[in-house]
Ligand binder design. Structure first.
Ligand SMILES: Nc1nc2c(c(=O)[nH]1)N[C@H]1C(S)=C(S)[C@@H](COP(=O)(O)OP(=O)(O)OC[C@H]3O[C@@H](n4cnc5c(=O)[nH]c(N)nc54)[C@H](O)[C@@H]3O)O[C@H]1N2
Ligand SMILES: Nc1nc2c(c(=O)[nH]1)N[C@H]1C(S)=C(S)[C@@H](COP(=O)(O)OP(=O)(O)OC[C@H]3O[C@@H](n4cnc5c(=O)[nH]c(N)nc54)[C@H](O)[C@@H]3O)O[C@H]1N2
Ligand SMILES: [Mo]
Length: 806
């Protein structure tokens, strides 16, 4: 389904409409945007460097656990430590060297804070009051400490003990007329062990309803690569970055979101590799990086260039850009200045000619217009690609959160295939994942479209019939709630109502739940969206020691990074509270109580899985994984090797698990018009394409602070970056407050009020503002073809001068 642009009549409205019943349509009372203006001053330093060092100091201090925090940090991504909850970039290659990462420190400091949310906190605050708090203030209260149940008569959470909580869930799940009326969300921080138990429980219960964060994230990478290469994962390992001579970086801001990637990019740049970035914004981390571990550089205030070439396409223009590069490559081939890898193409690929015909038939004017880049720019890239012997293409949300993301991913893969850059050292496809174990969670079977082999393997192992019908993905889950087809929600981490699109509708739908269960470390807005019953089940985080079994032996979990390396993670800090339980233990508790009611009705003995036994020793969970999921032979032994182990990836061995047994060139047509083109005729009415992205001080819906250092913003998040010519054309000025008004829903315009205009170097017609505040503007119906991923990087909006004065 795609969105149609239906601009609403410009309605004059009160901005902070206090009477509005929907909190998302106004600014939460605790948001600093209501009381002060941000400071906006261009940042001239490099990424990393002293700015990063100072920021680390501030964040450790604020977490009130500086020493503990530093100690925890030193153990991050070390053989005996825990996996950094920050991102899914691969661990340092050379074992023990500690890699400094500002945002890794923030993630760890945020989790190991001294602050606590106790029963006294909930005694003091009603949910109506807490709904006035912004995302920062909610999570800033600290770690959750004990299980709580919502008491509607007092509009408060009150304590409940673990067994009573499990019994309540079991009773409700067992009472549902159909298991498909329950939704089981997963955020990508869950370990392999937790994810495996979760999918096993949910399938034994009887549904494939596994909406997950991946549905909003890299879904298109998986779908696109599966079609082209037969695997849904990247084909490179970290070592490949040491050998590449050309790296194309599409739609990604590693300086903020994958800071450890900058180290690898920098080493490549130092070796003379060409790094070519495609990004509508000039992201500082892609321009220059100062390594905080390089003493000389720090003392001299030096830095190193990252990108050798930088192009600013319009949002959604990357498929056209890649096609333009291909068109220029075919022209170079005709002149004898480029040689495709003919051996590779002949022995391993199919359908090149169809793609070539498609590319050659596409006029330059069409490509230039959609890409927002000129023919000569694309020819320049082609000449670099033509000379590449070992090329890597990396990408993230700038590619995957569009309507035509699958086709774009496949077009990028086409470029790799043409040069034979798959399955040889220093080359390959590298979708850079988000959450630290989102890739592992899929490997473990968190998948609403479960493959038949998985269901077969589970049936063989446990002797119980598995549900075969596909379940709801994230957008499907919201629709099911809206339509009254689902009523129980269990969230294994994450912050569903803030991460998902169309906030007002989603919140309204959520408040129809008969039971909302959130397994969490910190308080967030999803806990406040209650209708019937609700439970907060507080869990251990990655950084904490997890003791299980009669001996209290400390347990290790495992995760899989973007390069398919599986390695161990063991916490080192004392738990934030004595009542916390681990995610595997919580899932086992829910499973045991629920299946005891449900399975006997189907004539199955509830003892088919010994939940308590599995949780007493996670090695036993890994034995189950080894028995069911391919690639985990000798799991326990291999997990204890220094860097863990690499999950075999057929495409990287030039074996393609596609119907033809060959890698397939895709020849999908270009979209007729991407959002910036569709809005072209509405420019005079003020419409722009908005991308919703991350600031430097956030982790998805977790807001660490109000600064976005590299973009020059201090003290606030409600800013919108707009091209200066757009501002002039619209008669607006930098510094002015505007409302962002989106497409209509049921005759009402979607709206996010009070954003400060910032004139910014972004292509004409292409604006940017932070998520999650802007999720109120993303229509639930606007999703990627073949993925259902919300089009978070192509949102139609109009700027409306706001009535506020500041
Ligand atoms: N510190 C920190 N680390 C994180 C996260 C975090 O929030 N904070 N989140 C984690 C998660 S879950 C994820 S998925 C990743 C996200 O990592 P990113 O994908 O880097 O995240 P975004 O902030 O969404 O940035 C999107 C980038 O793509 C660019 N862009 C937008 N639209 C287009 C387009 O159409 N074409 C091109 N070429 N570029 C475009 C934007 O300008 C921006 O630089 O990071 C992970 N790591
Ligand atoms: N508009 C717009 N929307 C987007 C995006 C975008 O770019 N633009 N990006 C999308 C993407 S890429 C993603 S991945 C999603 C993210 O969606 P989610 O994964 O759902 O969101 P997070 O903000 O990562 O979740 C934060 C919460 O997780 C809980 N938590 C933290 N650590 C742990 C833990 O160890 N265990 C448990 N059980 N809970 C924990 C805390 O309570 C915290 O409040 O958002 C998507 N939404
Ligand atoms: Mo993500």
């Amino acid at each position: 389904m795609s969105s149609t642009v239906e601009p609403s009549a410009s309605t004059e409205r009160e901005v902070a409409d206090a009477a509005s019943p929907d909190m998302t349509s106004r600014v939460p009372a605790s948001d600093p945007a209501l009381t002060r203006a941000p400071s906006v001053e261009p940042y001239t330093g490099p990424a990393g460097g002293w700015g990063a060092m100072h920021s680390v100091g501030r964040h450790l201090k604020r977490s009130q656990a500086p020493l503990k925090g530093v100690r925890a940090l030193l153990a991050t991504n070390q053989p005996q430590g825990f996996d950094c909850p920050g991102c899914a970039w691969g661990d340092p290659l050379h074992g023990s060297s500690f890699e400094f990462c500002e945002n890794g420190v923030k993630a760890v400091a945020w989790e190991s804070t001294k602050k606590r949310v106790t029963r006294r906190f909930f005694e003091r605050h009603t949910l109506s009051e807490l709904r006035e708090w912004d995302d920062f203030r909610l999570e800033d209260q600290g770690r959750l400490t004990e299980p709580m149940r919502y008491d509607a008569t007092r509009d408060r959470y009150v304590p409940i003990d673990w067994d009573a909580a499990f019994a309540l869930i079991a009773e409700r799940l067992a009472a549902l007329p159909d298991p498909d009326r329950a939704l089981f969300y997963t955020s990508g921080r869950a370990s392999n062990e937790a994810a495996y138990l979760y999918q096993l429980f949910v399938r034994l219960y009887g549904t494939n309803n596994f909406p997950d964060c991946s549905n909003m994230c890299h879904e298109a990478s998986g779908v696109g690569m599966k079609a082209s290469l037969g695997v849904a994962k990247g084909t490179v390992q970290l070592e490949d970055f040491e050998h590449a001579d050309t790296i194309l970086v599409f739609g990604q801001n590693p300086g903020t979101n994958h800071p450890r990637m900058l180290g690898d990019l920098r080493r490549a740049a130092e070796r003379g590799a060409r790094i070519v970035s495609f990004n509508p914004l000039k992201e500082r981390g892609l321009e220059r990086f100062a390594d905080p571990q390089n003493k000389r550089e720090m003392l001299t205030h030096g830095s190193h260039r990252i990108s050798s070439h930088y192009y600013q396409p319009k949002m959604g223009g990357d498929m056209a850009a890649a096609r333009g590069i291909a068109k220029a490559l075919f022209a170079l081939e005709a002149q004898g200045r480029f040689t495709p890898d003919r051996d590779f193409i002949a022995s391993h690929t199919a359908d090149l000619e169809a793609w070539r015909a498609r590319v050659e038939a596409t006029p330059w004017a069409t490509l230039e217009d959609q890409a927002g880049l000129t023919r000569s720019q694309l020819e320049e890239v082609a000449s670099i690609v033509a000379g590449a012997e070992r090329m890597i293409v990396t990408w993230a949300m700038g590619i995957t959160q569009h309507e035509h993301s699958v086709d774009t991913v496949r077009e990028l893969v086409n470029l790799l295939l043409l040069g034979g850059h798959i399955g040889r050292p220093g080359a390959g496809a590298c979708p850079v994942r988000g959450h630290s174990n989102v890739q592992g969670d899929r490997t473990m079977g968190i998948d609403e479209k479960a493959p038949a082999w998985l269901l077969d393997a589970l049936e063989t192992r446990y002797g119980v019939a598995m549900p075969r019908a596909p379940g709801h993905n994230t957008v499907g889950a919201i629709r099911a709630l809206e339509e009254g087809e689902a009523e129980v929600f269990i969230g294994l981490g994450g912050n569903f109502t803030r991460a998902t699109p169309d906030s007002q509708r989603t919140e309204r739908a959520f408040r129809r739940l008969s039971l909302n269960v959130q397994i969490s470390t910190k308080l967030n807005r999803s806990h406040l969206m209650v209708g019937g019953d609700a439970l907060i089940l507080p869990c251990l985080g990655r950084t904490e020691i997890d003791r299980q079994g009669e001996t209290g032996a400390s347990q290790e979990v495992s995760v899989e990074d973007s390069m398919s390396m599986v390695h161990g993670s063991a916490g080192i800090q004392a738990p934030a509270s004595e009542w916390l339980r681990s995610e595997p233990a919580i899932i086992a508790g829910i499973a045991e109580a629920t299946l005891a009611r449900v399975l006997p009705r189907r004539g199955v003995a509830p003892g088919v899985v010994d939940w308590a036994g599995l949780v007493a020793d996670y090695d036993r969970i890994r034995d189950e994984i080894e028995a069911v999921i391919p690639g985990f032979e000798d799991f326990n032994a291999r997990l204890r090797q220094a860097r863990g182990f690499w999950l075999e990836n057929a495409a990287s061995q030039r074996r393609f698990d596609t119907p033809s047994g060959r890698a397939s060139f895709s020849s999908a047509p270009l979209p007729e018009a991407v959002m910036h083109q569709r809005l072209q005729t509405r420019r005079e009415a003020g419409w722009l394409t908005l991308q919703t992205l991350r600031s430097h001080d956030q982790y998805n819906t977790t807001v660490y602070g109000y600064d976005d250092r590299y973009r020059g913003i201090k003290g606030q998040r409600r800013v919108v970056f707009v091209n200066p010519d757009d501002l002039a054309r619209l008669g607006l000025e930098s510094g002015q407050w505007v409302d962002l008004v989106g497409l209509d829903h049921d005759g009402e315009p979607r709206r996010a009020p009070s954003f400060k205009l910032v004139a910014y170097d972004t292509p004409e017609g292409c604006a940017a503002a932070y998520y999650p505040e802007t999720n109120a503007l993303v229509p639930l119906e606007s999703v990627g073809v073949g993925t259902d991923t919300p089009t978070s990087k192509a949102v139609a909006v109009r700027l409306e001068p706001s009535r506020r004065i500041a």
